[in-house]
Design a protein around this ligand. Structure first.
Ligand code: PLP
Length: 384
């Protein structure tokens, strides 16, 4: 039995997405070619663009296809900074490396960066962002939902407060984890740019999208042809884009029902762990949190060993961020929330998806307690 609870790392392809990709294998024409095969390929790309736009509430012209969420974040931040003389950036301490490391690069190159603190639940206070805005602030980049703890940020409030201080500041949000798990429309949020990624919503890997508000001009960070308005040059990944379009439509279909269903499973898991394991801490906001994400610190043990033991029972989970597994220092997210490093080391992320069942959750609740007990018996670490 395999119980996959690592959906924040990536998700399996859904059947409709597989079917859509399968139907598209013969679309080998270059979408930039003027002959009929090229036109056919162009048409399916534009249909997919329309689906992404409908899913996020934008105009199709405002959607740019990219190679992944990381590339969307890079194009947004680097592209904007290249297009302006302003050299002040505002971001939070708990961003994904796809944002964090881009901004750190600019910081090392002489840009001034204000890193916003988060509270003990990993939440940013909009007022804390607004007070940092200066005449030379180019961009504010705050993620919509955190990949490790699931905490959801008040993006609309942040946008409103920042725009009250200055209408010129560009606001980007990394919505890679929020898309399909939080109901939103870009216009209501008021952001200027927003990143999403296909493989987090049962679509194929290697394709993402960046929403760029109409009228906002950013510079390319990659030089080449005219594709995607010259901002993301390179012949389009047709199969990926077709799959992403289908996945995006599915991600927002019956979203409230899906959120509720997954939340019920997560609550069952949380209650089961709470009932049978002592000395734990649940990390993240109690209410403003993704319905699929449960981050638990098991005191006195290391998350890595829990993952290995769970894996032997067929249960796939993550510690820290899966994107950076193999790394043993405590998560920057948990540290920014003020967790004791020893407690942060024992954290495990359970991230549920559309295909998890009640039986699977009960299986985890049955297998986990003896694993924790055994690991605590042999652990040299003390429970403080
Ligand atoms: N941003 C967030 C919040 C993520 O969780 C991830 C992936 O884990 C990314 C960006 C990067 O997305 P991709 O894997 O598509 O590059």
């Amino acid at each position: 039995m395999i119980v996959y609870l690592d959906n924040n790392a990536t998700t399996p392809l859904s059947d409709p997405v597989k079917k859509k990709i399968n139907e598209s294998f013969e679309l080998y024409g270059n979408p930039s070619s003027f002959h009929s095969l090229g036109v056919k390929a162009r048409n399916v790309i534009e249909i997919a663009r329309g689906k992404i736009a409908a899913a996020i509430g934008s105009d199709a012209k405002e959607v740019l296809f990219t190679s992944c969420g990381t590339e969307s974040d890079n194009i947004a931040i680097q592209g904007l900074l290249k297009s302006t003389k302003k050299k002040h950036i505002v971001s939070s301490k708990i961003e994904h490396p796809a944002v964090l490391n881009v901004i750190k690069y600019f910081e090392a190159s002489g840009y001034d960066v204000s890193w916003v603190d988060v509270d003990r639940y990993g939440r940013v206070n909009p007022e804390d962002v607004a007070v940092l805005i200066r005449p030379d602030t180019a961009i504010v980049s705050i993620m919509m939902a955190n990949n490790e703890i699931g905490t959801i940020q008040p993006i609309k409030e942040i946008t409103d407060k920042v725009k009250e201080v200055s209408k010129d500041v560009i606001i980007h949000t990394d919505a890679v984890q929020a898309f399909g798990k939080v109901k939103f429309k870009v216009r209501e949020l008021g952001v200027d740019m927003l990143s999403i990624s296909s493989h987090k919503v049962n679509g194929p890997k290697g394709v993402g999208a960046l929403y760029i508000r109409k009228g906002l001009k950013i510079s390319p960070i990659l030089y080449g042809g005219h594709h995607e308005k010259g901002i993301k040059p390179g012949t389009e990944n047709i199969l990926g884009i077709v799959g992403f379009g289908e996945a995006a439509s599915q991600a927002v279909e019956n979203i409230e029902y899906k959120i509720g269903k997954i939340r019920e499973l997560k609550e069952r898991l949380k209650n089961g762990i709470n009932r049978s394991v002592d000395n734990i801490e649940i990390n993240g906001h109690p209410d403003e949190v993704l319905s699929n994400t449960l981050n638990v610190s098991f005191k006195g043990i290391e998350g890595e060993s829990i993952i290995m033991m769970l894996d032997m029972e067929g249960i796939c989970v993550a510690t820290g961020s899966a994107c950076s597994s193999g790394r043993l220092e405590p998560s920057h997210v948990l540290m920014s929330m003020g967790l004791d490093p020893a407690v942060a080391q024992g954290s495990v992320r359970f991230s549920l998806g559309d295909y998890n069942t009640l039986e699977e959750i009960d299986y985890v609740v049955e297998k986990l307690p003896p694993i924790i007990e055994r690991l605590r018996e042999i652990s040299p670490l003390e429970i403080k």
